[in-house]
Design a protein. Structure first.
Length: 145
């Protein structure tokens, strides 16, 4: 029995479902959580409004940052959107790229995205980084008599 839609279309629909549906899920969770706490809560579509506002903002980069700082968010989004190509979301049958990974592969991609963002943040040359500059230590000498 063949699928009603071609496989590449199904894979594209899976990626679009995850990319466009994720803000809706977080909006519903925030609304339900607020209701359980006796508050009114944000609108269900609030995450979409936040994403639209974020897209209109100016992008800034530190002067010391390299190309990796600018590429890290794109790498992270690509890693997040690769997961629906490996793990079926809309279908119950295997996907052409499904042999390349399973739930462990998905976990690896999530870890990779987090690692890339953390590395980009550490690469900025910010003075708040503590591992590249040791704090001056006070010597504990006994007072001379």
């Amino acid at each position: 029995m063949s699928a009603a839609l071609p496989i590449p279309v199904i894979q594209l629909l899976q990626v679009l479902t995850v990319a466009l549906g994720a803000p809706m899920v977080t909006g519903v969770i925030a609304k339900v959580e607020a209701r359980l706490q006796g508050r009114r809560g944000p609108r269900v579509l609030q995450p979409y409004y936040d994403l639209a506002k974020l897209a209109r903002k100016e992008s800034l980069a530190p002067e010391q940052a390299s190309w990796f700082f600018l590429a890290a968010p794109l790498i992270a989004v690509a890693a997040y959107l690769t997961i629906p190509l490996l793990i079926p979301v809309l279908t119950s049958y295997g996907l052409p790229l499904g042999y390349m990974g399973d739930i462990l592969g998905g976990g690896f991609l999530l870890s990779l995205a987090s690692f890339v963002i953390a590395t980009a943040a550490a690469e900025t040359g910010s003075p708040t980084r503590s591992w590249d500059r040791a704090a001056p230590r006070r010597s504990r000498r006994s007072p001379s008599r």
